[in-house]
Structures are given as structure tokens and as C-alpha cells.
Write a protein that binds this ligand. Structure first.
Ligand code: PLP
Ligand code: COI
Length: 343
């Protein structure tokens, strides 16, 4: 069995590292079977499986937190389950049942409890559910057999700048997702589509790409694997777009903004607004809130700078603190976002 003995929690980045057990479930003859527990990191699948050729794959990214009271809280589990089901339907896969999903999460957490980072160690348990089409086929058509897998790994920050401001690039020569495409689903193909542009941006020192809407290239879509927000005059402003992933962190920050007395604008955000924001950030399960210190538009050669003191801005910091306080159980869970695991 894998051991956690050598993990330096505070040194963790967002790399994969194996834990003791994962959970699996197969779909055959039109129904999901029983959950099984595995200690293998491998899958034995056909070389002709639909997921390998035609990208029939969906996934989620969920976090579990060890609270101040040692309880394990999974953040907004039901919302992640719902989005996973929407992603599955979006690429012709059978939605994984909610009750089975919750049972799988409780099993995963109790079997791997020692891999859940200590309270406030800077690390959390990142939970990765995925579903793949397994049927052997070279015809372009959906599978009829599927597999659900649930694994996890302890992680630190997604962006290597940690909570320090990062730099982002705007490139109009690449799109992440097409209008009426799969951008609003969390499916593997969207991520492969972003690799080349992200690689080009990283080679030039940027943490990621800010994608504009694919149709007009006028409005901000999202920041790589995170949503975008800006703060101006006590208002939280975030893009409304059908091609971005509806981020559960962003939805939470929209609610927290209101709780903290900010105004909220959830609407298309024109790229020309970048010069008027007081703070901008990337938000997501992995990113949490990562402040953006600089955005360079590679096509117009304009540069927008934020965070003059090289720190997260005051409003972003207040949002971040409230979000984390809820996740660690330190602040009352007024929106009932936490699933408390049975160990
Ligand atoms: N956008 C993309 C493309 C993502 O991959 C993610 C990560 O899940 C997000 C946004 C943030 O979403 P969430 O807050 O639900 O993790
Ligand atoms: C997340 O934030 O959960 C993500 O999925 C981002 C990335 C690791 C794909």
C-alpha cells in the first residue's frame, strides 16, 4: 500500500501523486454496477476504446478540506455532481447517479484519510472523478459501455506563483471552445484544445492564456483552467458566456460578494474594460483565487497592470478569506455548501 510518510504538505504543488485506493464503477447493459475499491493506478482497456480515439471523457475537480475541528468537508459536492452529469450528457454518456457518487466520495475519503492534508498546512485533497467510453469501435459513435473512476491526490497551489500575482496573455489566434460547442462541459477535449496556446504563453513567461469569445474576439471568456473576475468600485464583475465552464468557485464568490456587501455584475465583459479594473483574478477549484498582476495583449501590444504592491488586492483578499473560512469550517456554512464526510 502507498504510504504518506514522506509528504511535506507545505511543499506540495499541483502534481499527481498516488494515494492508497481509488473507487471504480462500470456501466454495462444499460446500468451502473456496484462500486469497487482498487489499489491499482492502472486501467486495462481496449486499444479501440471510444475514449482513446474520439475523446469521450468527462471529469471533475473537487476539493476536500480538513477543518479546524478535524472534520473532512467536501466543498459543493452536489454542484460538482450536477456538472459532471451535465458534462456526461453533453457527450452522450449516461449520467452517474448522485447517490452512488456520494457513496463513492465517502468511501474514497475514509479509505485514504491519512492522505488528507492537515488543517491549514497549505495543502488540500484534490478529488478527480472521471468517466470514459470503453466500447471498442473505429466508427465515430458513442460507446455503450463506460467506466467511472474516482481518485484523489493531495495538492498545493495550481499556479506556481501561489497567492502572488501572476501574468496572463491574451492571444486572438487561438480559441479554447466554439460557440455551440463543448466549452461549458468539463470534457477532456477542451483541455487538449488549450495545450498549444498555453504552451506558447508559458514559453513567454505567462502563467496562462485569457481566452476571448471565439465569435467576436471582443469579450473575455476565461483564464485557462479558471474563470475570470474583475473588481471595480465595490463591484464583483465576471463574464457571462455560454462557452466557459460554469465555475463552482466563481458561483460561490458571486454569493460571497453579496454577503460582503459588494455589487455583482454577471454579464459579458468587454476586453476594453481591462484598463478600468482595480483588481483582477482567476478563480477555480485548483486556482482558488489567484490574483493577476499583469495582462499582456499580444495582438495590440497593450499591457494592463494591477497589484502595485505585488500582493492580492483588498477585495480579492476578503473574498478569499471568507471562502477559505467556510471550506475549513471556521465560518458558518450559511449556504450549505459543505458535505461532511462520514469516516
Ligand atoms: N474553467 C475551466 C476551464 C476549468 O477547468 C475550471 C476548473 O475546474 C474552472 C473554470 C473553475 O471551475 P471550478 O471553480 O468549478 O473548479
Ligand atoms: C480545477 O480547478 O478543478 C481544474 O480542474 C483545473 C485543472 C486542474 C483542470
Amino acid at each position: 500500500m502507498k504510504s504518506k510518510s514522506n509528504i511535506e504538505w507545505s511543499e506540495l504543488d499541483f502534481s499527481y501523486r498516488p494515494i492508497a485506493y481509488n473507487i471504480r464503477c462500470s456501466y454495462e447493459n444499460g446500468e451502473w454496477g456496484d462500486l469497487t475499491i482498487s489499489d491499482s493506478e492502472e486501467l486495462n482497456i481496449s486499444i479501440a476504446a471510444t475514449c482513446l480515439h474520439y475523446g469521450q471523457e468527462a471529469f471533475e475537480g473537487i476539493k476536500a478540506f480538513r477543518g479546524f475541528d478535524n472534520l473532512i468537508r467536501v466543498f459543493r459536492l452536489e454542484d460538482h455532481i450536477k456538472r459532471f452529469q451535465d458534462s456526461a450528457r453533453g457527450i452522450c454518456m449516461p449520467p452517474f447517479p448522485k447517490d452512488k457518487f456520494i457513496e463513492a466520495i465517502d468511501k474514497l475519503i475514509s479509505l485514504n484519510e491519512t492522505f488528507i492534508p492537515p488543517y491549514k498546512s497549505g495543502a488540500t485533497l484534490y478529488i478527480r472523478p472521471l468517466m470514459i467510453g470503453l466500447t471498442s469501435s473505429v466508427l465515430v459513435r458513442p460507446a455503450t459501455e463506460f467506466m467511472f473512476v474516482l481518485f484523489a491526490c493531495p495538492v498545493g497551489s495550481y499556479f506556481t506563483t501561489k497567492s502572488k500575482p501572476c501574468k496572463m496573455a491574451i492571444l486572438r489566434s487561438f480559441d479554447r471552445a466554439a460557440p455551440c460547442g463543448t466549452g461549458a462541459y468539463k470534457v477532456g477535449g477542451n483541455y487538449a484544445a488549450s495545450f498549444l496556446s498555453t504552451q506558447l504563453a508559458k514559453e513567454q513567461g505567462y502563467a496562462s492564456v485569457i481566452y476571448l469569445d471565439a465569435k467576436e474576439k471582443e469579450y473575455i471568456d476565461e483564464c485557462g483552467a479558471a474563470n475570470f473576475f474583475g473588481i471595480r468600485e465595490n463591484t464583483y464583475i465576471t463574464p457571462l458566456s455560454s462557452t466557459i465552464l460554469p465555475s463552482i468557485t466563481n458561483k460561490s464568490l458571486m454569493k460571497i460578494s453579496k454577503d460582503l456587501g459588494l455589487n455583482l455584475e454577471h454579464r459579458p465583459v468587454h476586453v476594453s474594460e481591462l484598463s478600468s479594473f482595480e483588481e483582477v483574478g482567476a478563480c477555480g477549484t485548483g486556482a482558488v483565487i489567484t490574483p493577476i498582476g499583469l495582462i499582456h495583449d499580444m495582438d495590440t501590444n497593450e499591457t494592463f497592470e494591477y497589484c502595485p504592491d505585488n500582493k492580492m488586492g483588498k477585495v480579492s483578499q476578503a473574498l478569499f478569506e471568507r471562502l477559505q473560512a467556510i471550506q475549513y469550517g471556521e465560518y458558518e456554512d450559511i449556504h450549505q455548501w459543505n458535505h461532511i464526510c462520514r469516516l
